[in-house]
Write a protein that binds this ligand. Sequence first.
Ligand SMILES: Cc1cc2nc3c(=O)[nH]c(=O)nc-3n(C[C@H](O)[C@H](O)[C@H](O)COP(=O)(O)OP(=O)(O)OC[C@H]3O[C@@H](n4cnc5c(N)ncnc54)[C@H](O)[C@@H]3O)c2cc1C
Length: 563
Amino acid sequence: MTGQHTWHGYSSQCHTQASFDELAFLALWHNWASDAARTTHLHVVAHTAQPVQAEALLAAAAGHSELLPLAQQLAAQCWGLLPGIHRLRFALNDNAPHNTPHHTPPAQDTPERSESWHNSNARLLLTLCVGPHADWPEFADVLRAHASGPCAVPTDIAALHERTVTVIGAGIAGAGTARALAERGWQVTVLDAGAEPAAGASGLPVGVVAPHTSHDDSGVSRLSRAGLRLMEQTMRGLLTEGVDWGCTGVRERRLPGKTRRGGVPLSWLGTDANTANDWTRKAPPPAPDDAYWHPRGAWLRPAQLVRALLDHPNIRWQGNAKVDALKCVTRETQTHHATQNAHRQNTSASKWQVLQNGKVLAESSRVVLAAGPGSAALIATATTDGGAPRINPLRGQVSWGLMADVPAGSFMPTTPVNGNGSFVHNITSPEGPAWYTGATYDRINDDARLLDGDHAENLERLKALESETANALGPLFATVGTSAPRVHGWAGVRCGVHDRLPMTGRVPNAPEGLYMNTAMGSRGLTLGLLCGELLAAQWHGEPLPVEARLAKFLDATRFKPKA
Ligand SMILES: Cc1cc2nc3c(=O)[nH]c(=O)nc-3n(C[C@H](O)[C@H](O)[C@H](O)COP(=O)(O)OP(=O)(O)OC[C@H]3O[C@@H](n4cnc5c(N)ncnc54)[C@H](O)[C@@H]3O)c2cc1C
C-alpha cells in the first residue's frame, strides 16, 4: 500500500508534531534542506493551542545561526493564525531574492539540470492546527491520519501509479489544478478552446483578491482566507510584484443594498483581535464609517499567473482544442506494489478519452473539468444518465481607461477599493498605465459581447464606491459610443451554482476518474488555486490545506440526493 516512490521527480514524507516545537521543526527543516537525498515534498503536521508568535520564534532561534534564516522565513508567514487549520509553504529556494520572474524549466532533462529544477521546486508544507483540542476535536483525526514516515500514497490505485491526467480549461482553476498535480509527479495535459491560456473569465485584465468576512465567520469567509494565503505565497513565488500583482491591501466598503451579512465575528473584537487584525480591521479615518481594511488584499493580472502556473516540465499545454465529448474506456493495466517483495499485478482501470468531433485529443487515467461555463455540457457526455449539475453562466463587464487621459489633479484612492464593484488604478497594461472599474453581474447570461449600458452601470457603482473619482472620470465615460471612446471594456463569463461555492471533486454519476473544479463565481481569484490544491491533496491522501468540514462545502457531489 505505501512506499517511497519517485514519479517524475516527486517524492514525499510526512512528519507529525502533536505539539508544535519551533526549534525541533526548524532543525527538521534544516536537515531536510541539507540532505542531497531529500524528498521533494516534506509534510509537517503540527498542533499548537496558541498562534505561533513571530518574536518568540526569532528569540528562540537567535542562538542557532544555521536555523535563524529558516526562523525568519517561518516568522514571515506567522500572521493571521486564527483558530483553525493553516497551510504554510516554504520552497527550498525561498532565500533567493523575490521579484524574479518565473524561470523556464529545463528543455532537456539532463541529470544536473533536472536536479536543479526539482531542487527549486522542493517544498515543505506545514499544516498548522491552531486552537485548543477541546474546541477542535477534528485536530486529533488530522494528527492521527498523518503519522510520521513516508506519505501513505495509495499505490494500489492504478491512476495514482500511472499519474496521467487531462485538465480541460486553462483558466485559474485549471492551471492551479494542473500545477498542483504536476508538482506531485503527474504528467498533465491541459487543453483549452482558446488560442492562448486564460481565454475565459481568467482573462480579466485585473482583479481583486481579498478575504470575505461575515458575523458568523461562514464557510466562504474561512475558505477565502485559506485561498488568499495560498494566492499570496504563489504570486510572490511566480510573479513580479508591482507589474503582475500588488500586495497593496484593499479597502472594502459595506454599502447599503449588499445582501451579504457584513461585519466581523465578535471574537475578532476580543480574544482573537491581534491575529484577526492581520486579515481585516476597521479602516481608520478619514475612510468612511462603513469601510474595512484588508492589509493582505491584492490586485492581480490573472492571465499572468495562469501562464506562470502552466510553466512546469510536467505540464503540456495545448490551445485551439475545444473538447466536445468525454469517453471512459476500461483496459488492463499493471499496478506496481512497492511492498518488501515488490510485485506487479494486473487490474482493470478506467482510462479516459477526451474527444473533438470523434477524434481523440488526449488519453489519460483521470480528467479534471475546469472549463468554467463549458463544464456542464461536457459532464453530460460522460454521466450515466446524461445529466449534469446546474452551473449558471454569470456575465460581467469591466470598464477601463488610460491614466494619461485622467484629468490632472483628479482624486484617486491610494489603494484598490472594493464593495459593490471595485476600482484599481495605475496598473501596467499593454497600452500604458490604466485604471479599471466594475464589474457588472448578469445572471444566466453567457454573452461576452461588450455593452455600452454596462459602462453606465459601472460608473453608477463607482459613484457609490468612490464618488470623487467617479466625478473625475465622468467626462471620459461620456465618450462611450463616440468615434473616439476613452473608456474601453472587457467582458467575460464567470459561472456558479446556487450556494455560490465552487464545485471541486468527483463528478456525480460518472465512472471513476472524472473530476471537476469549477463554479468559482466572483471569487475565482481567491479560491481557484486553493480548490486545485485541495483536489490534489485528496487524491494523494495528504493532509488537507483546510479543515475537512470546509472541504465538504466544496464537494462536487453535495447536491446529489442521498441514497
Ligand atoms: C468581469 C469580471 C470580473 C471579475 N472580477 C473578479 C475579481 O475581482 N476577483 C475575483 O476573485 N474574481 C473575479 N471574477 C471571477 C473570476 O474571473 C473567475 O471566478 C475565474 O476567472 C474563473 O476561473 P476558471 O478557471 O474557473 O474559469 P475560466 O477562466 O473561464 O476558464 C475556463 C476555460 O475553459 C475553456 N473552455 C471552456 N469550454 C471548453 C471546452 N469545451 N474545451 C476546451 N476548453 C474549454 C475556456 O476557453 C476557458 O479558458 C471576475 C469575473 C468577471 C467576468
